[in-house]
Design a protein around this ligand. Sequence first.
Ligand SMILES: [Zn+2]
Length: 317
Amino acid sequence: MLEQFETKQPIAYKIINNTLNKKHFAHAYLIETNGSDDGFVFALTLAKLILCPKDGQVNCDNCNQCQMIDNGNFPELKIINPDGNWIKKEQLIELQEEFKKKSLIGNKKIYIINKAEKLNINASNTILKFLEEPSEGIIAILITNNIYQLLETIISRCQIISLNGNNDFLNNKTTFEKIGQLLTVTKEEFEVFINDENKKNKISTILKFINYYEKNHKKVLLYMNEYWFNQFNDKESISQAILIIIYFYKDVLNYKINCPIEIFNDHIEEIKNIAELNSIDVLINKIKIYNENRQLLDYNANINLLMDRIIIKMEGV
Ligand SMILES: [Zn+2]
């Protein structure tokens, strides 16, 4: 029953409840366990909510179908576990063959991939293909205790449900640390900078810039004087401004994967808006591009061309 997670897994509980209210299920879910033991039971609960014919009744659990699911003999639910050390491509091909058959019961089919970090490279690519071309009525639920062993392209196609871990260390480990290797700036460095007395002003200029860029893309290049160079016109101020951008996108990423917002708690609406416009992959890529180009400032890069280069690179051309 979903209720069992209300206090233990409040965020995950809320996500599923919202989904049920909207009566709209994603094609793929990725349950990140963070060391919690709840992953599989949560996945099964989600599967029941999707498959139960009394849809919308959050705590059914006792109809024929729910009972078949609990007993492990519901034909439209397949569970894949590692075969030895790995989940292999053959297991997924077999699954695909079975799912080509017409449903015996209802019109939805679900597969749960337990320990998705054990997908070997061929299996990962096969799953990616499933996720890229989802079939009507087929829903994937992946469970992993290590999201960073999955392909970014798989992660970005799933709705992520991040569980509270039992392990305090993992629980406190924020996205910042997890993607920390991407960045050569430290949080301390950033905090020194945001003590600057003009910080509010700068942050608001930067958020305007980001907002304009996210909605208008390359067109922002026509307005760089207005959105950027009015305020950031020397190496040092540009370097700091890019740092703010990096940390802003990082908080968008935090929001997207249900991790705590670190710095921009006062700008949650902006974070939500930008999160809707970007996949996880794209956000990570933007952070990488800003970070690489910020480093170029140390090598006398032409500051007038730097932002052009960043925008063009982010536009993927
Ligand atoms: Zn039921």
